[in-house]
Design a protein. Sequence first.
Lengths: 353, 353, 353
Amino acid sequence: MAIKTNPGNYFEDFQLGQEIVHAVPRTVTAGDVALYIGLTGSRFALHSSDAFAQAVGYGKAPVDDILVFHIAFGRTVADISLNAVANLGYAQCKFGAPVHPGDTLNARSTVIGLKENSNREAGIVYVRSVGRNQRDEIVLDYVRWVMVRKRDQAKPAPEGHVPDLAGTVAPLDFYIPPGLQMEHYDRTLAGAPHAWEDYAKGERIDHVDGMTLEESDHMTATRLYQNNAKVHFNQHAESKGRFGRRLIYGGHIISLARALSFNGLANAFRVLAINGGRHANPCFAGDTIYAWSEVLDVIALPGRADLGALRLRTIATKDQPCADFPGPDAAGKYPPDVVLDLDYAVLLPRRTA
Amino acid sequence: MAIKTNPGNYFEDFQLGQEIVHAVPRTVTAGDVALYIGLTGSRFALHSSDAFAQAVGYGKAPVDDILVFHIAFGRTVADISLNAVANLGYAQCKFGAPVHPGDTLNARSTVIGLKENSNREAGIVYVRSVGRNQRDEIVLDYVRWVMVRKRDQAKPAPEGHVPDLAGTVAPLDFYIPPGLQMEHYDRTLAGAPHAWEDYAKGERIDHVDGMTLEESDHMTATRLYQNNAKVHFNQHAESKGRFGRRLIYGGHIISLARALSFNGLANAFRVLAINGGRHANPCFAGDTIYAWSEVLDVIALPGRADLGALRLRTIATKDQPCADFPGPDAAGKYPPDVVLDLDYAVLLPRRTA
Amino acid sequence: MAIKTNPGNYFEDFQLGQEIVHAVPRTVTAGDVALYIGLTGSRFALHSSDAFAQAVGYGKAPVDDILVFHIAFGRTVADISLNAVANLGYAQCKFGAPVHPGDTLNARSTVIGLKENSNREAGIVYVRSVGRNQRDEIVLDYVRWVMVRKRDQAKPAPEGHVPDLAGTVAPLDFYIPPGLQMEHYDRTLAGAPHAWEDYAKGERIDHVDGMTLEESDHMTATRLYQNNAKVHFNQHAESKGRFGRRLIYGGHIISLARALSFNGLANAFRVLAINGGRHANPCFAGDTIYAWSEVLDVIALPGRADLGALRLRTIATKDQPCADFPGPDAAGKYPPDVVLDLDYAVLLPRRTA
């Protein structure tokens, strides 16, 4: 009689090159979209209005890119990070075919790196995860690495391999949805006059608003993604744990930072890529999240007079307004009130469109 | 490089006659409807059941009128009330074409009045806001007035103009959806035997039940409407503010009062109009909302043997059951436990239908 | 002028054989499904994915059986249990035609038993409630009994009658959806390799994970079901009541136990029947729910080489992990940390399929 409960994979269970089919495909619905708006307050017009989306060439409103990320990510947790000590980073994250309500997402991962810690208690697992829709189109393709406990410290680890990861997604790798008709993109309806040309490299934008985290909100968001990492849900166990309380899923902070960034980036209608991300400090219920962004680069897209990209760095803080643009110190060390440092690329209409 | 963040409009930014196109059109979905039921507990059969709605002549279940109000209202906040000190009142609110899941709502406002305060620190802005669907049909048309801060107290204000507002919406202005087949309205399925004829002018109804407010619930509701007024979401800032805590969106109290009113008014299946409303005192998480109603008038509708209207006054309280019908004192002053005083009109089936 | 508020039925209002048509039909939508996932974290693939459901012979993903139970149950509260002292038990609960988003559910009940308490202050009401869809197909058929207060203790009660209730639903009474194509059931996608043959009578499964209850979550769930029992929502009244706080709807604990049971029972894709259930102790916000299951019986289904059933007993606890399988003592008495004891039957694919 086999043990029926999934214990999750430990570091020594992973093999370089291993392919993992993740369970529980998920049909994204209008219900998920409404709940995502309810939990984040996101206001990007493209995801809010079928009429707006149709005008610019989508059949109907596509699902928020970050919601797609969370649903694809959620598939992988039971196999990859159930025994994770820490979610260390993201790289090479590219958003693909737009997702619409009714699409069913699934995910598969490949183990692309393994490195045991020197203390032999845990090791870093690098996976490339690919989310696809029911037509087998790629909707998301990204690398993440997590520190995973060993089941048995005495067991020898496989030879280490650290993958060579790009620091940024190349603009030629950006997926631009076909058929966009940017001449019908109405910036007034989208919420701000600023087009791609209005942003300058080095520009900093304080997103001003703050959003306080509640236990119910972050748990509902994380359950919605069917992300079952234990630390987010169990106060009884966590009261004896590292922080004494439930840790908030770092992805929820990404959602809030993106939603807050509407105030200053309302026309950044699509996330193209995430170059890297770091959850600099943990978040808990009661914290109020603020955010600011720096324009790292203004990227013209070959052959596109209608669209341009920005590379952004968005930093989120807790209980710390962002008018002074808080961030890591000169040594790269994050103060305790900085919680997220995200490097990503977004798509905007050009003024000339 | 222009400032990218929307600072909101200050009193001196408004001009009499100014037309404002509000951003972020919104497609209302079955997800919004489910979340609205989850957050309010509303039980009106028309909004709960496609089969019930079809029987009485709707194609499918229309969206709750108060949810339509909140979504239309939410569009206007970034332009009208981001710098508001207080939301002072509503008038002449008429509900128009029924909204169904899949409809996309947008809103435009006209500035119809301006009056600077004598202290010159702020002024009252009167706007008429009109919500329309994707077929340009009016779904909501209402006036509200808010007190808005000045950016610069020294700046001279435009000449004052206070609009002439009707105290009630005239019955001839009620929008009765065409094609209603009230002979198929099943009061048993709707939850109460009482038809229009069963209500008498002056009758008072204690709605009995109470609903306790939670931070997560009011924030989720307000985010769902994409109402981004800062005071509802940011505990870090509000802890230093007027009340020391997050203020609950007054509209959420209207929703709860309407949902509670099912117990006594189950057949009031459509809100026709809001004549006026006053948020008499602020509400906070932890407060328990109760409500009672008085029938201000019993209104026969010309040419309709199947339908009648009631003019109602619904008063909501906090931590105060309503068996004794609490309200303002003889001088019109509200005790601290009265939080809402709403004057509105509803549609009911007639017994003879 | 009749009293408009529904006072609910008291013990002496019920008559043996009485038929009750419950109000407020409800169209179940994708919004309800999303919110159910958000509130419970349920991960059963059949309810999560249209593609998965289609592969095994459903048109699209059916609604979670326990959500169907709650919605049908919610219809009955205003008539049956508004004046209930306690919800005592369930029996003979059979799930019928699968429910899909867009289906409209209604419910009717028959009073099948009445028994006054010896103290004459209350009595037990037994009802059989049947939920049907818009095609009049039965989706749920169950018996529950509740202790209901008397309005007037002096009033003589009707002659007592205690119905003869089966301890289990007979396998021949299980409703197996027609057209299932289990050869296309992918256990890897469903989340676990274990088929019906892998479970043995007497086997115990600790579901490991814990979920902490929040006021907002249980109230939102219970409001979603339009279950208006007062004790769940009103802190102002309950602060003076039996427990000093809001009591959590017992059905929400069933939902959490079922969702937690995914870890060990991922292929138990359909609930066939509930033989009996007991809410052994009350639950409150802040409690963390754990669960474990025992396989009471392994049931072959006549003529089905593709499907088998398990009779399960799932016990849920609060603030008590289940590695030691806590339950009632030898005398049948429940310790205070056991909150649910549920006897039910589930459907699984056979390995030979």
